[in-house]
Design a binder for this molecule. Structure first.
Ligand code: URA
Length: 252
């Protein structure tokens, strides 16, 4: 089965590249598509159930070889975690060492801070969905420790998986964490000061941009915490969630 998923993923990757790089969208006859559905995982692909559509995608990601250097260095892929019906989805840049080891996004120090932000908003990690632009830990050849940011090419190669996750989950609001995640999503690099605190969109889903939690670990002033918190208040308002006076006043 994993050989088959790998082959299927390569075909899909080639079709995505053709679509991105040429004027002619790849076409398949209705009969060919129906045959492909029947020979793959019919129950999953035809299901309107989000879990049933995410699991085959998770399986494809887990065998992905699109970036051979990352496929070789990773312990495992880090797909995403949380509620398939989440209204709110957080997007980070890439797994770090802890995430690569445990197979779950945002479980290290930055992740613990993200979890605190989520609970200050009145949610638990199980209410929201959390994923990264890149599903593999960026390798650090010649170094046994440390992280590096993903390259634009790595992110562009992996982005179709995240796009598919978003299409299946259909959150009401996306939150991109940090300039690198924004670069991966929107393919533009701008100063966070210009990007945060206002609404953007990704394929028609409202997108809030805020600082990465690791930025807050490095800059622990209430001024910086308040900026992130104000971005989260905008998210809560957009989701029509009740906001207490206490919540409004955090980090003032
Ligand atoms: N930073 C990220 O952007 N993603 C993670 O999963 C962990 C740290």
């Amino acid at each position: 089965m994993s050989e088959f998923l790998r082959a299927l993923d390569q075909v899909l990757g080639s079709l995505e590249r053709l679509e991105q790089e040429s004027d002619h969208r790849p076409r398949a006859s209705i009969a060919a598509l129906a045959r492909l559905r029947l020979t793959t995982v019919p129950v999953h692909l035809d299901s309107s159930n989000k879990g049933g559509r995410l699991e085959p995608l998770r399986a494809r990601v887990s065998t992905c070889l699109r970036c051979p250097h990352l496929a070789q260095s990773r312990t495992q892929t880090v797909f995403g975690v949380g509620n398939y019906d989440a209204e709110l989805m957080f997007i980070g840049e890439a797994p770090g060492a802890d995430e690569d080891r445990l197979g779950e996004p945002f479980v290290g120090r930055a992740g613990q801070l993200l979890t605190k932000i989520i609970s200050a908003m009145g949610f638990s990690r199980d209410d929201v969905y959390i994923a990264n632009v890149l599903k593999c830990r960026p390798d650090t050849p010649g170094r046994s420790a440390g992280n590096r940011p993903p390259t634009p090419h790595e992110m562009a190669t992996c982005l179709p998986y995240l796009t598919e996750q978003i299409e299946i989950i259909q959150p009401r609001v996306l939150v991109a964490l940090g300039a690198t995640a924004v670069e991966g999503l929107l393919e533009k690099r701008e100063a966070m000061g210009q990007l945060r605190g206002r609404w953007h969109s990704y394929r028609e889903t409202p997108l809030m941009i805020t600082y990465h939690p690791s930025y807050l670990l490095r800059n622990q002033s209430n001024t910086e915490k308040r900026k992130v918190w104000e971005d989260m208040l905008l998210v809560l308002e957009r989701l029509e969630r009740p906001i207490s006076e206490k919540q409004r006043a955090y980090f003032r």
